[in-house]
Design a protein around this ligand. Structure first.
Ligand code: FEO
Length: 178
């Protein structure tokens, strides 16, 4: 049985993960318009992962026999002033999400909700990766920002990211326990 507070905040986390999906999807559209399809591709993989993140919380709440309540998803931002800005936003956004995961971990401990610990431990590790990746890309782009060749090289590198997370609607792919 889930405590009321952890349930409320996990439902909110579904919304934050879906907002992450939404903002990365906006970035996908933005980078296609800039003819930087590699960056768009990397962010498309990222948007896909965010759907998985939302579904991990969704399934966890259902598996605990609690109620999923889908909240309104906010449109965070749809355009940017330069190529660097979306990557800086991505990095800041991931730091924001890390704060939310930390808070969920704190509440789960307050409510003695040990059953949520494996899921939250997965997310704590995932956030290290999310901050590392977005921060690195932002710093690399800042280094080559005034060089079209450098931007194209980075774009080609980002085009190699693989979709590894499986379908967001098939829990057996991303949650081995399902
Ligand atoms: Fe689901 Fe990028 O945090």
């Amino acid at each position: 049985m889930m405590g009321e507070k952890i349930k409320k905040h996990m439902n909110e986390q579904i919304k934050y993960e879906l907002e992450s999906f939404y903002i990365y999807l906006s970035m996908v559209a933005y980078f296609h318009l800039q003819n930087l399809d590699g960056m768009a591709h990397w962010l498309r993989c990222q948007a896909h992962e965010e759907m998985i993140h939302a579904m991990k919380f969704f399934d966890h709440i259902i598996d605990r026999d609690a109620t999923v309540t889908l909240l309104d998803v906010k449109q965070l931002k749809t355009t940017w002033n330069n190529l660097l800005e979306p990557w800086q936003d991505a990095y800041e956004h991931e730091k924001f999400i890390t704060g939310k995961i930390n808070y969920l971990t704190k509440i789960s401990r307050e409510e003695n909700d040990y059953t949520s610990e494996p899921l939250l431990a997965w997310f704590l590790n995932e956030q290290i990766e999310e901050e590392k990746n977005t921060g690195k890309i932002a710093r690399e782009l800042a280094m080559v920002e005034s060089s079209p060749e450098g931007i194209l090289l980075l774009d080609r590198e980002l085009a190699t990211r693989l979709f590894t997370a499986g379908s967001p609607l098939d829990p057996s792919v991303y949650n081995p326990a399902a």
